[in-house]
Design a protein. Structure first.
Length: 376
C-alpha cells in the first residue's frame, strides 16, 4: 500500500495508542479500508477529495493581482517567484530597516535569500534567526515568515514593543529555506517534503533537510534509505542549503541568541533535545520562555499549543536544525509546529493564514522579550 505518512513523519514512530495521518492514492482506498476494518483499526476520513482541496488553494489564482507589491496579499500562499519579488521590493523600499542578502545557492542553483531586519542603531547587536519552509509542503511556514516581516515594518512606528525589538536586535529571516523543494511543491507534487538533490544509485530525489545537520546525524528517527521521507542524506551537511545556513550560523554564533524554525503541523512549541531524552542545561530559562509564549499564543483565539522537549513532546529525531543550533551555542532554540492538528494537515486553508500568523506573532514577540530580559 503506497501511503504517504503525514504525521508522524516516519513509520518507526507509529505505536499502539497513537494517531497517524496518512494520504492514500485514490486507487488504493478500496484495499486499505477493508484492511483497517479487518485489523480493527479505527479510522476517520479527514479529506475525501484531496485534489479538490489542492485546487482550492492554488487554482483560480490568476485573477488576483500577483504583481502589485504595494497591495501584496499576506492572506494567500505565494509561489517562490512571488516571495522573491516581494523580498527584492522590501529591500528597495525599506532600505533603513531591511537588508537582503544570499547565504549561498541551492542544489538547483537558486539563491538562498535572507532578510536582515532591524535598525542600524549600534555596530554590535544581538540577533534572532528565523527560518521557514525547511519542509517543502508546510506552506503555512513561509506564510508566517512573510507575515512577521510585514508586522515588523508596518508597526515599527506605532508599536513601542516592535520598535524596541528592532532597535535592540537584528532579525535574520529566511522565508523559504528549502527553495527547490518549495518550488517543486507548487509545480509538481504538493506534498513534497525533501530537498531536490539527485541520488545516483536509487532514482530518488531529495534529503530531509531537518535530518541532515551534524548533530547525532542519522541516528534514531532518520532513515538511511534515499527514497524515504526522513532520509538523512549521504553525509551531514550534504545538502547545499543546510551547509550554507550552518556556515552562516557558525560565523555569527556569538551574535545570534535565538534560533526559531517554523514547521507544520501539530500545534506545538518544541525545544531541545530532539535526539535524546535529556534535560538541557538552561532548561529553566527555555521552559519558562516556552510556557509564556504558548500562553500568549492562546490569548488570541484560544488555540492550545503543547510545549516541551521535542523528543518527548513529538518524537525522537536526529540531525535536526534546532538541536544543531543549540549545540553550537545558541541558547534559545525552538521549533514551532503551527496549525492544525490534522483536520487539514498540510492543506491549511488560506482563510486560516491570518489567525495562525496573528497568534504565532504573539508567541514570537514573547520569546524575543524573554531574550531581552536575560534569564539566569
Amino acid at each position: 500500500l503506497q501511503v504517504d505518512l503525514w504525521q508522524p513523519s516516519s513509520p518507526f514512530h507509529i505505536v499502539e495508542g497513537t494517531v497517524a495521518d496518512v494520504r492514500v492514492p485514490q486507487n488504493t482506498t478500496w484495499s486499505l479500508l477493508p484492511y483497517l476494518q479487518q485489523a480493527n483499526i479505527q479510522y476517520t476520513i479527514l479529506i475525501s477529495d484531496l485534489q479538490e482541496a489542492i485546487e482550492n488553494q492554488t487554482g483560480g489564482r490568476s485573477h488576483r493581482n500577483r504583481r502589485s507589491l504595494s497591495g501584496y496579499n499576506y492572506e494567500v500562499y505565494h509561489s517562490l517567484e512571488e516571495i522573491e519579488d516581494w523580498m527584492h521590493y522590501l529591500n528597495r523600499t525599506y532600505s533603513d530597516l531591511v537588508h537582503m542578502f544570499s547565504v549561498g545557492k541551492s542544489y538547483e542553483g537558486r539563491p538562498l535569500y535572507v532578510l536582515k531586519l532591524g535598525k542600524r542603531s549600534r555596530p554590535y547587536k544581538k540577533a534572532v534567526w528565523i527560518d521557514c519552509g525547511i519542509h517543502a509542503r508546510e506552506w503555512i511556514g513561509p506564510a508566517f515568515c512573510q507575515w512577521f516581516v510585514k508586522e515588523a515594518l508596518q508597526t515599527y512606528q506605532t508599536d513601542p514593543d516592535m520598535r524596541k525589538m528592532l532597535t535592540q536586535l537584528y532579525f535574520y529571516i529566511m522565508p523559504v529555506f528549502n527553495v527547490d523543494g518549495y518550488h517543486f511543491s507548487w509545480t509538481n507534487d504538493r506534498f513534497w517534503r525533501k530537498t531536490r538533490s539527485k541520488n545516483m544509485r536509487f532514482h530518488c530525489h531529495g534529503v530531509d533537510a531537518n535530518r541532515n545537520w551534524k548533530v547525532k546525524w542519522c541516528d534514531e528517527g532518520a532513515s538511511l534509505h534515499p527514497c524515504d521521507d526522513t532520509y538523512c542524506g549521504p553525509f551531514p551537511e550534504s545538502e547545499p542549503e543546510v551547509k550554507a545556513v550552518a556556515h552562516f550560523l557558525r560565523k555569527h554564533r556569538k551574535q545570534i541568541k535565538a534560533y526559531l524554525s517554523f514547521h507544520a503541523y501539530a500545534q506545538m512549541l518544541l525545544y531541545p533535545y530532539s535526539y535524546k531524552y535529556a534535560t538541557i542545561p538552561n532548561f529553566n530559562c527555555v521552559e519558562s520562555a516556552a510556557y509564556n509564549a504558548v500562553n500568549a499564543l492562546q490569548s488570541a483565539y484560544g488555540v492550545r499549543y503543547r510545549y516541551g522537549p521535542a523528543s518527548s513532546t513529538l518524537y525522537v529525531s536526529s540531525g535536526s536544525s534546532m538541536d544543531w543550533a543549540y549545540k553550537n551555542g545558541i541558547p534559545y532554540a525552538f521549533a514551532f509546529e503551527l496549525r492544525d492538528t490534522g483536520h487539514f494537515g498540510f492543506l491549511l486553508p488560506e482563510t486560516l493564514i491570518k489567525p495562525t500568523c496573528t497568534e504565532t506573532m504573539l508567541a514570537v514577540k514573547n520569546i524575543t522579550h524573554h531574550l531581552l530580559k536575560k534569564c539566569h
